[in-house]
Write a protein that binds this ligand. Structure first.
Ligand SMILES: [Zn+2]
Length: 501
């Protein structure tokens, strides 16, 4: 271990030891003390605080408070949440809000926010999205697409009245979409399993930095300094699936926050919890303070599949995964992809890899053959150009418009001509996409006699409404006016004649 700045280990390194390798700061201090060294404690604290900020910021977007002023004026209204155990209940309509105004009733076609006295709808929090479902009675039917919390304990059911009229004071039935709730629960329980698996295999420095749990998938952000390798991802995935198939009961304890922390429950930095907290246990494998909804046994998660791993901020990684039927659907899509590839390549699955390797070799071979062929074309064309060369005071001048060749091939051609003539100036043009590419080359001998193709190309590009330049012996440029191509070439000839006379 090397200390920077004399006998003091800098704070960033001390922090890295702790955060990446799980070295407790006290242990680092002790070891350094034995060798008469110390730690830059200020620097260490700064790094620690930076990491907390990073974690908090990436969490903020998930937990953005959804609160509008209208709700803070409704002081006496509270909702009792009973949705951990039941999926439907009778309830009384306490308030209806339409276009951010308190109203007495709402009718078919209107979008409303409804507050009930009792609800089985989970309101978005802790990264878990709100429930969807219906609120109805004989006279009215409302589709609820989301549920959020506002102003303390008001559960805001967001939806559209499909038929009938809803009045404040009405008795209704509130029913959540059970399938969607169960999909969310599978993903939430999987998130807790994932958290524990990461700490077990990646290290104690892994802390939750944010999460999103929806019926379709889960997203888990955590502190770690590098991307997970494919074998690490596989280890984590296998571990979570193993825990699923161990069929472990998921239980919930309500206790004081101090007691929960004492028992080793994992809690988020800076997250607000009440005096009494909910601890979700997956046997001894996972204990987390959590207000979310879960399956009652891990076997209900069905299957767990990681679909992406990426970085979200310095020191924060993200895993996205699916469970249950979502995992099956993901694998089915992969299956479809493979059969599409089979059809295109006209091979069976087991031969796909070999076929692609063959194809890419074939492409390489063809590219090489094409290069050789092009060289042959260039050489045969160069014979014609040699014959057309003009002698200007002992220097050969070759000019041509060669639309079949690209700029690299023009240069190749120029090199052949330079080899052939000891003393030569070459000006080539080729057109593509309404543009002219000019290439100019000159032998050493011609340069010594005052030829500068950099200046010549600059001038003729200007003639063709473009730009160019380069060295005395090698230059290129672009012209934007195709009609000026012949005038430009003629201009180059005049410039050369002028120099050599
Ligand atoms: Zn949770």
């Amino acid at each position: 271990m090397k200390a920077s700045g004399g006998n003091v280990l800098d704070g960033i390194k001390a922090f890295k030891l702790y955060d990446t390798y799980g070295f407790p700061i006290e242990l680092t201090k002790e070891i350094l003390n034995e060798s008469g060294m110390s730690i830059d404690e200020n620097g260490y604290q700064q790094e620690l605080e930076k990491q907390r900020l990073r974690a908090r910021n990436s969490r903020k977007e998930d937990n953005a408070l959804w609160e509008k002023d209208i709700y803070s004026t409704m002081k006496d209204i509270e909702t009792k949440f009973i949705g951990y155990d039941v999926f439907k209940s009778d309830a009384k309509v306490l308030a209806i809000i339409k276009d951010n105004e308190i109203v007495d009733s709402a009718e078919a076609g209107e979008e409303v926010n409804i507050i009930l006295d009792t609800t089985p709808f989970y309101a978005e929090s802790g990264g878990q999205v709100g429930d969807s479902g219906v609120i109805k009675n004989e006279d009215v039917y409302i589709n609820i697409k989301d549920c959020k919390k506002a102003g303390g304990n008001k559960f805001i059911h967001i939806g559209t009245v499909e038929r009938g009229i809803l009045n404040v004071g009405d008795t209704v039935e509130a029913i959540i979409d059970e399938r969607s709730r169960m999909s969310t629960a599978r993903n939430h329980t999987a998130t807790h399993l994932l958290h524990s698996a990461l700490r077990k295999f990646i290290g104690d420095h892994v802390h939750q930095a944010g999460s999103l749990v929806t019926p379709e998938r889960l997203r888990f952000d955590f502190t770690h300094y590098q991307g997970l390798a494919p074998d690490e991802i596989k280890t984590i995935e296998d571990e979570v699936n193993k825990k699923i198939y161990e069929s472990i009961d998921v239980s919930v304890d309500i206790m004081s926050q101090d007691e929960a922390i004492k028992k080793g429950a994992m809690a988020l930095f800076q997250e607000k919890y009440g005096d009494m907290v909910r601890v979700v246990n997956i046997s001894d494998y996972s204990k987390e303070l959590c207000g979310g909804t879960h399956v009652t046994n891990t076997i209900q998660v069905g299957a767990f599949k990681i679909i992406a791993e990426s970085g979200v901020a310095a020191g924060v990684r993200r895993i996205e995964a699916v469970t249950g039927l979502g995992a099956l659907e993901f694998l089915n899509k992969k299956g479809e992809l493979i059969s599409n590839i089979e059809q295109i390549l006209k091979v069976n699955e087991k031969d796909i890899v070999n076929r692609i390797a063959d194809l890419s070799q074939t492409i390489k071979d063809l590219e090489r053959q094409l290069e050789q062929l092009k060289s042959k074309v260039v050489i045969s064309m160069s014979d014609k150009l040699i014959n057309s060369a003009e002698d200007i005071s002992g220097v050969k001048f070759v000019s041509a418009i060669l639309n079949d060749l690209d700029v690299d091939e023009l240069k190749m051609m120029g090199d052949i001509l330079k080899d052939k003539f000891k003393s030569a100036v070459i000006i080539f043009a080729t057109t593509k996409d309404q543009k002219i590419n000019f290439v100019g080359m000159a032998t050493k001998d011609a340069v010594e006699r005052g030829i500068n193709v950099g200046n010549i190309i600059k001038e003729i590009c200007r003639v063709a409404d473009g730009k160019g330049g380069g060295r005395a012996d090698m230059a290129q440029g672009v012209g934007n006016n195709l009609e000026k191509i012949n005038i430009a070439i003629e201009a180059s000839r005049s410039l050369i004649v002028e120099k050599l006379q």
